[in-house]
Design a protein around this ligand. Sequence first.
Ligand code: AMP
Ligand code: GLY
Length: 416
Amino acid sequence: MKILVLGGGAREHAIVKALIRTGTPAENIVVAPGNAGIAGDVRCVAIDPNSPLETTKFALEHQIELAIIGPEAPLVAGVSDALRSEGIAVFGPSQLAAQLEGSKSFAKEVMAAADVPTGMARECTTIAEVESAIDDFGAPYVVKADGLAAGKGVIVTSDRKAAIAHAEKFIDGGILVEEFLAGEEVSLFFLSDGVNVMPLTPAQDFKRAFDNDQGPNTGGMGAYSPLPWLPAGFVEEVQRTVAEPTVGELSRLGSPFIGLLYCGLIVTERGIRVIEFNARFGDPETQVVLRRLTTPLAGLLYAAALGNLETAPEPQFTKEVAITVVLASEGYPETSAPSRPIHGLHHAAAIEGVEICHAATAQGPEHLMATGGRVLSVVAVGQDFAQARHRAYEAIGHIKLEGSHYRKDIAKKVAH
Ligand code: AMP
Ligand code: GLY
């Protein structure tokens, strides 16, 4: 089967590695646009993943049988609809269904209609409304941009002024003020064929920039899987109370969700609450979830794309644990650094159980260069978290990039 993967981050690199590890020949995979690391594993092509026209033309010319859409931007741009209308199997929801991620107010409406547990929230279109909402809910304040904001649209703060300043930045696209929910965060992915859902395995993402959950929210600085502290029956409960009703509601609305339903959850004292949906694989959670997958990934995604998920085998995962640590450029997420050389990757990748997924890298004339905020993910597996952490941190210690930073506490609390 010829597969086109759209995107060029560490998530897409992890998808490519998982496809190959679970049986897809590397020569059957092409990535647009990819990055310097992905190009080391499979062919990359310089087409715009956000262009319905370019991606469809390429897919038809190259007899692509399955398109896997990594990031949210192509979904929101309608790339899956364009590919599907040409008869190509697509793992990635339609533009309409992707509104589950693209519009937080739409997601809230779907959850309300489907009776899915989530935080109380108020939609605001003026700063006066935001002020009155945050005063009603009280501190800590949770202020969310309604539309896509690359992981930077949400602020959680007890500083009223900072909450208002954040709202001012995003007010034109609408603001959602939400009640603060306390508890552990869990990311749980479901494959969906529009009707049926199938869970993968839970992971935890580290959203804040610095150790001990300090600093601003980011796209994600690290992750681990599985989550040994989850109560028995957790996955089944999320499937029954969140994933199935949500997919059912979208189907009723005439926009079936075919792709990956990312459930961002908080386990509160009063039960599980959804804090966000995404319409695609999470980054960096995918690096750990797919690292543990042993079932052929291409078959699972193809079955979902064709609406045949009930015929697919249940996804299996190794007993090994996995952690990933993101290496970020100086100033991330607030400012961007100039392009700088990266050294020591070979050394890092040579460590047992370690794999490097590239995100913002490009091959320069002499050196591999870091070209963006989240530069790469170091992924390590182990018999337990102590071993996986040891491997990941030893590997990342070999990587030299001026000004770069990473969190030192990924999976720390589960490593004994
Ligand atoms: P989101 O983009 O909606 O996932 O929000 C980004 C991060 O903000 C989440 O991963 C949480 O850490 C935090 N967050 C979002 N909503 C809430 C909430 N209602 N209560 C507490 N923290 C939240
Ligand atoms: N890691 C969070 C996300 O992918 O949105």
